[in-house]
Design a protein. Sequence first.
Length: 188
Amino acid sequence: MDVSEPASISSGIAERYATAIFELSQETKKLSDLEAGVDDLAAAMDDSADLREVISSPVISRDDQGKAIAAVAKKMKLSAALAQGLGVMAEKRRLFVLPQLIAQLRALIADQKGEISADVTSAKALTKTQSDKLAKTLKARVGKDVKINATVDESLIGGLIVKVGSKMIDTSIRSKLSSLQNSMKEVG
């Protein structure tokens, strides 16, 4: 039996929590603290398999999840609004939407700052110069400041995959090889 939540339900839950946390941070004029906390939390999620296990495991009790997320929030010195929001999420067994919450909060913060975020996947980590040049090029294209969320996927072989809003630009060697393979199948 599949007990996973459909993506639309998860994003709906995350959107409600993100809106509440964002508005609370906005009222208390702590948006910069919220932004730093969201970035730190995203990095912790990427780095820690244990944290990912705590938020997604149905075996871990509400109380234990609450204690664990409170300890993480305290150790990372997350803003009060974010820490309280995470506490409520743990109490309601909603920590499984944390990745979507992070994405929603980043989108709200970027919108507030007049930015747009771009998800960039590359075969190797981008240097600061490459990242800045890409942000400048994307800004010229979309007309807004661009914040780059970079990830590395060595299976791309080379090139980039850039997602800005609903648009995706795939210049990876993997996709070009795949395209070539498909065209060769059509010929012969």
